[in-house]
Design a binder for this molecule. Structure first.
Ligand code: GLU
Length: 376
């Protein structure tokens, strides 16, 4: 059992960090945005960027910010009112982030996601490519659920879960859940003021679940149960997770100095989690046949480029799982998620023969090789 500096060390070491910010931090009881606080968080984010970290924000607050604008229009269902509030509030939320990030010297972008975008492989690849492009441009994505179109049956439901999915999608190594609690306690601190704080969780077992279940009512929108569910998702995808209080100004700076928090160890590595995810795909009856040069490049950890493809069998969509076979003996070298559909892939093959530069047919992160040698 180790103590709080764990979270600080994780923060220090992480190359790609997802920071989730809860509504209670961003919006006060009078539904007013806490601009000064947001300014200090954005200065924290700028410092992380300066040391080379990739930062992705998942921000709640749209419903809380838009609630007063919308009021209680007659005849509208509770769901419609909430979705209307989210629509109105999201504009204010995005404006606030843009202005605060810009003051801190960072670019910003708004990304609204629904569960299909992270769960469905094709949309997952699209959303990931967008987030990767923003990262390459050093722009901080500010992500929220697309509340206006999400239906009750098909929602992330809370942004803890959305943040975990985002961490999984971009292969982040750290997810920080900022809320109004400084981590997990052995019992609900609302009813057990002396409950012991838990600084470090190596494994989210039944005992942790039981604690989270007990304290779920006490802590804001998401509650501890949803935070532990998110932690389970993210640690299973190879990210470490920190649950920390965001109440203080500059909450990431405070965390880096050793503030009390709960850290969760990653349960696997990002590449292993990704390989499992790809293996769980439904395979299409389609294959690409690659030449010896491409086969050896793949074994070295490269992406599959159209120039190395000699034939394409069958049809597929972008995001489909397809087989990769070697030209020499037709043996299966592995599987991967297609980065192009089969029509575009055939076009790219032809263009590559003419010497054109083309995008990968299967990105290295989307490949699972049969006999990896030095892959990854
Ligand atoms: N998407 C909701 C909002 O922006 C918040 C969901 C949550 O708090 O987890 O208001």
């Amino acid at each position: 059992m180790t103590t709080a500096p764990d979270a600080a060390a994780l923060l220090d070491a992480a190359a790609s960090i997802v920071i989730k910010v809860g509504s209670a931090l961003l919006v006060d009881d009078a539904h007013t945005l806490r601009r000064d606080w947001l300014g200090t968080l954005c200065a924290d984010i700028a410092r992380l960027q300066v040391r080379g970290a990739r930062v992705t924000v998942v921000s709640s607050g749209a419903v809380a910010l838009g609630a007063q604008d919308v009021g209680q229009p007659r005849g509208a269902s509770a769901l419609a009112i909430k979705q209307a509030a989210a629509a109105a509030g999201q504009v204010a939320l995005a404006q606030a982030w843009r202005s605060a990030l810009s003051d801190a010297g960072c670019g910003s972008a708004q990304v609204l996601l629904t569960p299909q975008d992270t769960e469905h492989r094709r949309r997952h690849l699209n959303a990931r490519a967008t987030l990767d492009a923003l990262a390459a441009a050093r722009i901080v994505p500010v992500i929220n659920e697309n509340d206006t179109v999400a239906t009750e049956e098909l929602r992330y439901g809370d942004n803890d879960r959305l943040a975990a999915r985002v961490a999984q999608m971009i292969g982040a190594d750290l997810l920080v859940l900022l809320s109004d609690v400084d981590g997990l306690y052995a019992a609900d601190p609302a009813t057990h003021p002396d409950a012991a704080h838990i600084a470090h969780v190596t494994d989210i077992d039944d005992a942790i679940d039981a604690i989270a279940g007990e304290s779920s009512s006490a802590h804001g929108t998401g509650g501890m149960r949803s935070k532990i569910a998110a932690a389970r998702l993210a640690t299973g995808a190879g990210a470490a997770v920190v649950i920390a209080s965001g109440r203080e100004p500059a909450p990431i700076g405070v965390l880096a100095k050793g503030a009390r928090a709960t850290s969760f160890d990653a349960a696997t590595t990002v590449p292993d989690a990704r390989r499992r995810w790809i293996r769980a795909s439904l395979r299409q009856a389609a294959a690409v046949i690659v030449d010896a040069g491409a086969a050896s490049a793949l074994a070295q950890g490269a992406s599959l480029l159209p120039v190395g493809v000699v034939d394409i069998e069958g049809d597929f969509e972008r995001g489909d799982c397809i087989a990769i076979r070697g030209q020499s003996n037709n043996a299966e070298l592995g599987i991967g998620l297609a980065g192009l559909d089969s029509v575009a892939a055939r076009d790219a093959m032809a263009a590559a023969k003419d010497g054109a530069r083309t995008v990968p047919l299967v990105h290295r992160d989307d490949l699972v090789l049969e006999n990896p040698k030095t892959h990854e």
